[in-house]
Design a protein around this ligand. Structure first.
Ligand SMILES: [Ca+2]
Length: 510
C-alpha cells in the first residue's frame, strides 16, 4: 500500500517558536505531532527568502541550480519537480495555500500568473486549478495577512462561504491613499483584523487540505499534498480571539547586544541607524533588498509584534490539529507520513533585527521541523542531525519507495527520519543571492561551526556555535581561529563539489 505524504509548512516561522521549545507560545497540536514523531533541531533552509526555498522544496535543487535565485524571479516552468514524479507513480499531487513560484510582475520570458490584476480575476482562477509545477491540482493565494495580493482560489472560497465583500477586508487594489488599512504597522505594529476567523486563510488552508485528502481517499489514490500556510509572515494583522491571546507585557524579548556588530560586515551596523544609506548596494538590474532599512524599534512595538506572531502560530496550530484529527478519524494516520516545517526563519528582535534579510544568524536560516509516521518514525525523539529543506523531495520519494532522479542535489534523509541512520549530511549550505552581484552570500554550517562568504568582499563571518551559541563574536579575523577558518573554507569548496547533481548517468567507458 503506497503511503500518503502530508507536507505542512508555515511561512517565516522562527525555529524556537514551538510550544515544546518555548512555553511562551502555545502549540498543543505541533507538540502532539512531535510526541508522535521526531523533532529535528538542526534543520536549515537553502535560502532565507520565499521563492528560492519553495522552489527547492519541489525540485530538490539549490536556488543556484533551479534558477529561481531570489524573490521576484520566476521558477522556470520546465524544471522537473517532485510532483511530476509522484504523479508518474500513481499519486495525486496537490498544493493548497501559498505557492510564490512566480513574481508579482510579468515580463517577456518571465510571464507570471501570480500578479495583479490577474490575482483578482476570479474567472481565470475558476478555470485554472493546475497542472502547475508538477501539481495536478492547486488551490492557491498570494497575500500575507491582509495584503492587496488577496484573490485567486482563496477569494473564490471566501465568496462561497458568503463573504462576497471580501475585498473590504484587504488592502485595496489598485492602492488608494485613503485605504482604511493604510498605516505604519507593516513591519512592527500589530493590528486586530476585523475579518472573522472563519474566513481567514489559515482556516481555508486546513479546510481545503482536508477536503482534498478526502477527494483522494474517495478516488482510491495515494496523495502527496502540500498544505502551505501563509502566517506568521508579517504584516501583523490577525483576527480575534488570536489577536489578544498573548499579553505583550509578559513575553520575553530578544535584543541587540552592544558591540556585537564590531567586526561584522558593514551592512549589519547600518541596521541600527535611524536612516541608513544602503545606496552602495544598488546596481543596474537590482531590486529592493529585504532587510536593508533601519531595524530600530521600540520595546513596545516589538512586544506587540511578538504577541501577534505567536497568535498567528497558535491559530495555525489549531488548524493543524483539525487536519491531524481528520487523519486519525479517517484511519489515514497509520499510512500517512507527516512532515512539518517552514520556508525560512525570522528575527523577533534577536541581534536588534526584525523580519529577514542577508543576516545569516540561526534565527533566519534555521527552521522548525517535525516528522511523524507512527511505526516508521521514532516517537518522542529529538535529533541533532543536520537537515536541509533541499533534502525533502528525495526523502519524500524514498519514503514512498520511489527512486529519486540523479539531478536532485539534496541527500536522502529517510534513513535518518526512521532512526536507522544517525546522519546523512556533514554540512548544510545556505545561498542568498538577492541582487545580481551586490547581495550574494553563502553559508556553510557544520555540526559546530558556521562560515559565511560574500561574493567580491574581503570580509566574512565565522561563528563557533558550540562556544558562542548566541553568535555574538565573529571569529573571521581572529588569529586563534585561523586554522579552523582554513579548514572550514576547504570544507566549503568540497561541499560545493559534492552537491553537484548527476542529471544523466555515466553508462559506458566512453
Ligand atoms: Ca517565506
Amino acid at each position: 500500500m503506497k503511503p500518503n505524504i502530508l507536507f505542512i509548512s508555515t511561512d517565516q516561522h522562527h525555529y524556537q517558536a514551538l510550544g515544546m521549545v518555548n512555553p511562551q507560545v502555545q502549540t498543543p497540536n505541533l507538540d502532539r505531532l512531535a510526541a508522535a514523531g521526531t523533532r529535528f533541531e538542526r534543520a536549515y533552509c537553502p535560502n532565507p527568502t520565499c521563492s528560492p526555498t519553495r522552489a527547492s522544496l519541489i525540485t530538490g535543487l539549490y536556488p543556484s541550480s533551479h534558477g529561481c535565485w531570489a524573490i521576484g524571479v520566476k521558477l522556470a516552468e520546465d524544471v522537473p519537480t517532485v510532483g511530476d514524479i509522484f504523479q508518474a507513480n500513481g499519486y495525486d499531487a496537490t498544493l493548497i495555500g501559498k505557492a510564490h513560484f512566480q513574481p508579482l510582475a510579468s515580463a517577456p520570458g518571465s510571464e507570471s500568473i501570480e500578479r495583479q490584476p490577474l490575482l483578482r480575476d476570479l474567472d481565470f482562477w475558476r478555470d485554472f486549478q493546475g497542472p502547475w509545477y508538477g501539481f495536478n491540482h492547486i488551490e492557491t493565494g498570494r497575500m500575507h495577512a491582509n495584503e492587496s495580493h488577496a484573490g485567486q482560489h482563496y477569494a473564490i472560497w471566501m465568496e462561497e462561504q458568503g463573504l462576497t465583500n471580501w475585498r473590504d477586508y484587504f488592502v485595496d487594489w489598485p492602492h488608494r491613499a485613503d485605504d482604511k488599512y493604510a498605516g505604519p504597522w507593516y513591519m512592527r505594529d500589530a493590528l486586530t483584523w476585523d475579518l472573522p476567523e472563519e474566513f481567514h486563510h489559515t482556516r481555508w488552508v486546513a479546510e481545503r487540505s482536508i477536503a482534498n485528502m478526502q477527494r483522494c481517499v474517495d478516488a482510491g489514490t495515494p496523495f502527496f499534498q502540500w498544505a502551505s500556510f501563509f502566517d506568521p509572515h508579517p504584516p501583523y494583522v490577525l483576527p480575534e480571539p488570536w489577536a489578544s491571546m498573548y499579553d505583550p507585557a509578559t513575553l520575553d524579548l530578544p535584543s541587540h547586544t552592544p558591540g556585537e556588530f564590531d567586526g561584522m560586515p558593514p551592512h549589519f551596523a547600518r541596521t541600527q541607524q535611524v536612516a541608513p544609506d544602503f545606496s552602495d548596494y544598488q546596481e543596474p538590474g537590482g531590486q529592493s533588498v529585504h532587510g536593508f532599512h533601519s531595524h530600530l524599534h521600540t520595546e513596545e512595538e516589538m512586544r506587540r509584534s511578538l504577541a501577534c506572531y505567536y497568535g498567528m502560530i497558535s491559530f495555525i496550530d489549531q488548524e493543524i490539529g483539525r487536519m491531524l484529527d481528520y487523519l486519525e478519524a479517517s484511519g489515514l494516520a497509520e499510512n500517512t507520513l507527516i512532515v512539518f516545517t517552514t520556508d525560512h526563519g525570522h528575527f523577533l528582535g534577536q541581534h536588534g533585527l526584525i523580519a529577514k534579510g542577508p543576516f545569516h544568524y540561526e534565527d533566519v536560516i534555521r527552521v522548525p521541523m517535525i516528522v511523524s509516521w507512527p511505526g516508521h518514525v521514532p516517537a518522542g525523539e529529538v535529533s541533532q542531525s543536520l537537515q536541509s529543506l533541499v533534502d525533502y523531495p528525495q526523502s519524500f520519494l524514498a519514503a514512498a519507495g520511489i527512486d529519486a532522479p540523479g539531478a536532485m542535489q539534496g541527500v536522502n534523509q529517510w534513513p535518518v527520519w526512521t532512526g536507522e541512520s544517525e546522519a546523512a549530511r556533514q554540512w548544510a549550505l545556505v545561498e542568498n543571492r538577492h541582487n545580481p552581484t551586490t547581495v550574494d552570500l553563502r553559508t556553510l554550517i557544520t555540526e559546530r561551526y558556521k562560515v559565511t562568504v560574500y561574493r567580491d568582499a574581503p570580509y566574512g563571518e565565522l561563528f563557533d556555535l558550540r562556544e558562542d551559541p548566541a553568535e555574538l563574536r565573529n571569529r573571521w579575523d581572529d588569529p586563534a581561529y585561523a586554522a579552523i577558518k582554513g579548514d572550514l573554507l576547504l570544507r566549503f569548496v568540497q561541499a560545493e563539489i559534492q552537491r553537484e547533481g548527476t542529471r544523466m548517468p555515466r553508462i559506458a567507458g566512453a
